[in-house]
Design a protein around this ligand. Structure first.
Ligand code: IPE
Ligand code: IPE
Ligand code: MG
Length: 225
């Protein structure tokens, strides 16, 4: 059975779900929060150590202002309401991506990271204003500045994900089979599962089924075995 330490998820399909059921993309974003809570619970049950959630990409700034505004309002309410509960459950929250948001959001994110920094049951990496190409370019620039040799180990050690294992498993919901600039370096050897369901309709059972399938995959990492 494969050990499962790190799950990464591209939570896609909120907008289409919202349009289908309520003629509103934003309603889909709101409904997606419930799925996040369910997935966190199962991740803890399954003793997963890292859960990386793609919540907003560097490309998502191209969306209408009203949708972006709604997304950040949701994030604000969600974190404000949930952070103490996360803390009690020994969850550590970190943000991956450039924290270039309105001041209120930035300080809420920093506060949440600080509050939970010593927790060690599950680490949730919230990918916000995250783009993998940007991450890699910034990493190489920073290595150059510090006069550090460019090699795989040093690049690994300077990415946002420096102190965690690469994702064992990537799940993308929303019936779209692409990576959309997510963790391009870190996903090199991850097992990838695409779900046809939109994120708000993705259930605990769907998640558990994928985990069970993952557990019995023969992972080679280039070897013959
Ligand atoms: C993913 O759902 C959430 C974000 C990108 C913020 P989408 O908003 O991309 O939903 P679809 O893909 O348009 O249905
Ligand atoms: C990826 O979904 C980003 C998030 C889930 C946050 P998108 O909906 O932005 O991806 P594309 O544009 O369909 O590739
Ligand atoms: Mg989408």
């Amino acid at each position: 059975m494969n050990p499962l330490k790190h799950v990464a998820i591209i939570m896609d399909g909120n907008g289409r779900w919202g349009l289908k059921h309520y003629k509103s993309r934003n309603k889909g974003h709101r409904a997606g929060l419930k799925t996040i809570e369910k997935i966190i619970k199962i991740s803890i049950k399954k003793k997963i150590k890292y859960l990386t959630l793609f919540a907003f990409s560097t490309e998502n700034w191209k969306r209408p202002k009203s949708e972006i505004k709604y997304l950040f309002k949701l994030l604000e309410t969600f974190l404000t309401n949930k952070i103490n509960e996360f803390n009690k459950e020994n969850i550590k929250l970190t943000v991956i991506g450039e924290k270039k948001f309105p001041r209120k959001i930035n300080s809420l994110l920093k506060k949440s990271e600080k509050l939970t920094k010593n927790n060690n049951k599950l680490q949730i990496n919230l990918a916000l204003n995250y783009g993998s190409r940007k991450e890699i370019v910034n990493t190489i620039k920073s290595l150059n500045r510090k006069n550090i040799k460019i090699n795989e180990k040093n690049i690994n050690n300077h990415l946002y994900t420096s102190n965690m294992p690469d994702p064992d498993l990537l799940i993308r919901t929303g019936n779209t089979n692409r990576l959309s600039n997510f963790l391009l370096w870190q996903l090199s050897y991850s097992e990838i599962f695409f779900s046809r369901k939109f994120w708000p309709e993705f259930t605990e059972t769907d998640y558990l089924k994928i985990i069970n399938k993952f557990k019995i995959i023969k992972r080679n990492f280039g070897e013959i075995s």
